[in-house]
Design a binder for this molecule. Sequence first.
Ligand SMILES: Cc1cc2nc3c(=O)[nH]c(=O)nc-3n(C[C@H](O)[C@H](O)[C@H](O)COP(=O)(O)O)c2cc1C
Length: 442
Amino acid sequence: MSRQLHFNLFLHDTGHHEASWRLPESDPYANLSLAAHQHLTRVAEEAKFDSVFLADSPVLWSDPGRRPSGKLEPTLLLASLAATTTRIGLIATASTSYNEPFNLARRFASLDHLSGGRAGWNIVTTAGEAAARNFGLDEQPQHRTRYERADEFLEVSTKLWDSWADDAILADKQAGVHAARDRVRSIDHHGTYFRVDGPLNVPRSPQGYPLLVQAGSSENGKEFAAKWAEAVFVAQPTLRESQDFYADLKRRAVAAGRDPDHVVILPGIVPVIGDTEAEARELDAELERLIAPEFALATLATVLGVDADRLRLDEPLPADLPGEDEIEGHKSRRTLIVEWGRRENLTVRQLIGKLGGGRGHRTFTGTPVQIADTIQHYFENGAADGFNIMPAVLPSGIEAFAAKVVPILQERGLFRTEYTGRTLREHYGLPRPANRLELISR
Ligand SMILES: Cc1cc2nc3c(=O)[nH]c(=O)nc-3n(C[C@H](O)[C@H](O)[C@H](O)COP(=O)(O)O)c2cc1C
């Protein structure tokens, strides 16, 4: 079969546009509603999406005065969604900087069992001082240190997931033997950041491990992705930058000894769909009018690593901003925003307008055919294996994408019309990982 697109729906209560909750049709409590998340996931599953995804950080992330900021814990929410869906993958974000491997490995193994092999983990290192201060630290660990810890975190987690052989459980009632003791192993890990004996207290799950997803695109982030990630979310504002990132990461995966097809690259896009071009542009403009610039300014200043009073709404970005090397936070997002502002010579107000929709992700505004054409163009020109769909307004944005864009791509043979696999890895065309401890013991 020819190569096909992969789609992930990035769940985000009333939508990815920061002003979406203010639209007349939006439920301002959707962020806390199981029914709202069930609806979004059902629409994505009926459209045969590979997965849905929840972002997360152990901190009050956005300004609670400005938009709905309460976030339910993602693995709990996805475990609830597992009960009302049957095929779609369920990807939760969790931080390697503010968790311990045993807890997280257990949580994701549990989600994989509960969902019948549909769990994914978006591995993040968590940028920002505010999160550090929720865990007894005065400042965040350095960027490099966070990624070193993440690397060891994955080493420990994968050993824990492998600590039960796939055939360990015998459930032999006659003999009174539930599991073969010699097929359940301790891991005895003694490293720089962790000491973990194991074994895990959850047997190996349907997928072996959850699907490993990653989303940081700094130098350290890309090295980490090349080694561990099976799917990568990325924010890229232009086709050219998407192509460069795509080629670079596939090259790094090969250098790390991996099959480049086993790293699925999914740029984020914000589809703004209208039956006519004018209608799509009007929806875009309506949302831009609802942005409260003073709040957006404060968010922008944090990412850029400057005080908000350094930014003037009707002037371009200051010339002397701190460089990527001088900040310890979201390095790649800072660079993307600065380059965008400079390239298009935008005022701070214009930049905020563009970021309001997708925080740096590419907005595709147009008719269903135009959006399908752009998706196909990226897919066939070395820029993407699929997309992380981030509608500006939910649920209407995913309903429109499912009803109007997906059928066009299906007709062109670019997207599945039925699920062929059962697990999340099968949807993404990825192999189930072998059990390393089992290989050693045989
Ligand atoms: C689509 C997408 C989703 C992301 N989701 C999260 C998230 O949920 N939590 C988080 O802390 N960072 C998230 N990030 C940010 C990165 O994972 C990363 O932590 C951050 O950019 C800093 O790493 P870097 O300096 O390597 O880019 C996301 C990034 C992208 C592109």
